[in-house]
Structures are given as structure tokens and as C-alpha cells.
Design a protein around this ligand. Sequence first.
Ligand SMILES: *Cc1c(COP(=O)(O)O)cnc(C)c1O
Length: 415
Amino acid sequence: MDVFNFDKKGYYGQYGGAFIPEVLKTTIDELTAWFEKAKADPSFWVAYVDLLHEYCGRPTPVTHLQNLSHKIGGAQIYVKREDLNHTGAHKANNVMGQGLLVKRMGKTRVIAETGAGQHGVATATMAARFGFDCTIYMGDVDVHRQRPNVFWMEQLGATVVPVKTGQQTLKDAISDALRDWAHSMDTTHYVMGTVCGPHPFPEMVSYFQSIIGLEALPTIKRMAGKLPDRVYACVGGGSNAMGVFQGFLDYDSVELIGVEAGGSGMGIGQHAARLAKGTTASAGVAQGYKTAFLQDDEGQMLETKSVAAGLDYIGVSPILAHLAEIGRVRFEAATDTEVVEALKMVMQYEGIIPALESAHAFVQGLKEAADMKKDEVILINQSGRGDKDIFTVAEAIGDPAWDQFLREKAGVKDA
Ligand SMILES: *Cc1c(COP(=O)(O)O)cnc(C)c1O
């Protein structure tokens, strides 16, 4: 199934497109042309795979969760380990690929927006490695919330610009980054972090992330002796999901399941589920593309909520919106409470600490594995590692020793 081969380039059914200001048209067209040329040149993909091998530690392994499979007593549970990728998540695949493209284009500067800071750190890492100048736009509220990531971006050589307009969060950072790009496009590339935004970004980021599925397919076949019956991935923008799903799209026997942030419930403003059952999201155009957005009747964007910052977004990949509409990908939502429970199980039975985002995929996978047969196989894409979530998880678990540690650090004396 070639989802990129529609009549109208950059559209996936009714979704996608490139709704951009006139000044960016030449740059976007130029980027599309460079991407098409790179894709048609086999040496580009070879250089990409070599770079990820040498610098990021790819290929990442697949792990059979024998203890949990036994404990749950249903399907055999396998995990694709993107947490073992350099910088601790799948994000490095995309930024390193775009870095190679920037080099081909002869540009010398990269910019990006970041919410939680993970994409900012990945982009700053890539820029350091390639020797590019790097500016990261981040809402002022997020700059304060994500101090450790700001620190690392700066140490890696990036300039972090706090955005003080609007609500001072991700969507305001996007506006400022676009404004920068409109003035600097001769030298500068905008590094999109996920499979969203105007064409060619959804296709380009999917192309780089497809390495996850390309690796996973032969590995799970060898280990399990068959194709997986179901493949699970968490969905923020949708890049790790598109990455792993692309390995299995052609196999009708493999069911693909995207898991969104169910937050504290399906009420308005309580979650970030755009495609799962019960969502009120509807088709609209914003931020350069058409997809299912969490918006009200007037097209005002709604509040979103999730324990996992990486899933907390109003839009979703136009490719996934289409795959949901034609029934190829099933969407579910996992609540914050379920996520913390799944995280505890994976830590305690397997010695693996998934990112809070990835734990959403585990929730659905573990739930469904219980009702499946022992000779059935599921594959969960673990998009990243959980080290970054230590404060959030400790608070959610309510560990008293941790509270004590924080009080001591802050110099607060016990009453
Ligand atoms: C950013 C992030 C996500 C969400 O992004 P997608 O584009 O939906 O993959 C998921 N997991 C981790 C660990 C992340 O850092």
C-alpha cells in the first residue's frame, strides 16, 4: 500500500496539502524538489543508514517480553526498542535525515520549534554534529517548565528563543519559527519534528522514520517465526507510528493500532485524542495543513491535556487521519492513570523504563494481549526511554522518599 502515491501529491484522501503564506512557497517547492531528488538517489538512503549506524547505534533491537507475556498469559509481547536510539527516542532518525538533506541543499542554519523540548534537543544535537547554526523557538511557559532541556540545548550550542506572545506555548513558538523562516530561508532550513505540517513534511518525516518498520519486519519474523498479529504505537503527531506502521502496511493480516492521549477522560479539554472513538475532533485547516483538529464549532483550537508532553497536540498526521478514515489503522486512547500502571508493570517485570508517551502503546498492547492466544504475537513500538519523565512519574506514583529528596534539595526544613 503506497500511501504517498495519490493523484494529488501531498494529499492523503481529503487530508494534507500545503496551506502556506506566499513568501514561503518558493522555499517549500525547493525543499520538495531536493527531497524528491534525494529519494530517487539510492546513495542518499545508504548514507542515511550509515550515519544512523555509526552515530545513533542503529539498528535498534526487538525484545521479547517473556516475563510479561507469561504473567499476562495471552499473546507473545515483543517491543521495538527506539529508546536505545541516540538521544533516547525515535526523534533522532528524523533530525539526522533532515541534516543530511540540509547539507545537500547547501544551507548552514537550522531552526525548529519545540514544546516539551525533546525535538529541540534532538535538533541541537544534529546541528552540533553537522556544524550548523541552530535556533530553537520555545514558548516562555515551556522554557520554565522544561529547564533541563533548555540547558542541554544551550550547551549543545543552540540559541533558545523564549516566545512571549499568545499563550507562550508550542503553537506560538511555531508562529515565530515560521516568521524567522520567511526572512532567512536562503540559508535556513526549518526542521519539522513530526509527520504534520505542510507537504512535503509529512511524507519526508515518514520517509526517514520508515527505518523503524524496515528493521522491525525481518527481525520480528525471525524471532517470532511469523508476522505480528497486531502492531501498536503511541500517536502525538504520528511520526513513530508512521515509522513502524510502514513496515507492515502491505500485510492485511497485521492489524495496526494507534494509541492517543486519553488524559483524564474524553471530556472537552481533558485529552488529546483526535482519531479515537468518542473524540470531538473535526477536519480543518491550521498550521499549514488539513487534518482532524481538536477545535470548536468556530474553528478555535481547544485545550488539550496529557501526562505525556509529546502527545499533547491539537492536530495529527494527515496520513494517519486518512488511514483511520479508510479503516487501515484503528485508534484507541489510554488515560493518564492507565499509563502509569502500565509503566510500573513494564519496569517491574522487564527492567525497561518506557517514556510516558510510549507507555500509551503499552497500555493498549497489554490490555489486548490478555484476550489473545499464546501463539499470537504483538509488537509494541517503544518510541523512547523514560529518564526524562522522572519528576512526572515520581509525582504520579506518589513516592514519599522522593518528596523528601526534593524538599531537601530545595532546602525546605520539615515542619
Ligand atoms: C515526541 C515523542 C513522541 C510523539 O511524537 P510522534 O511524532 O507521535 O512520534 C512519542 N514518544 C516519544 C518518546 C517522543 O519523544
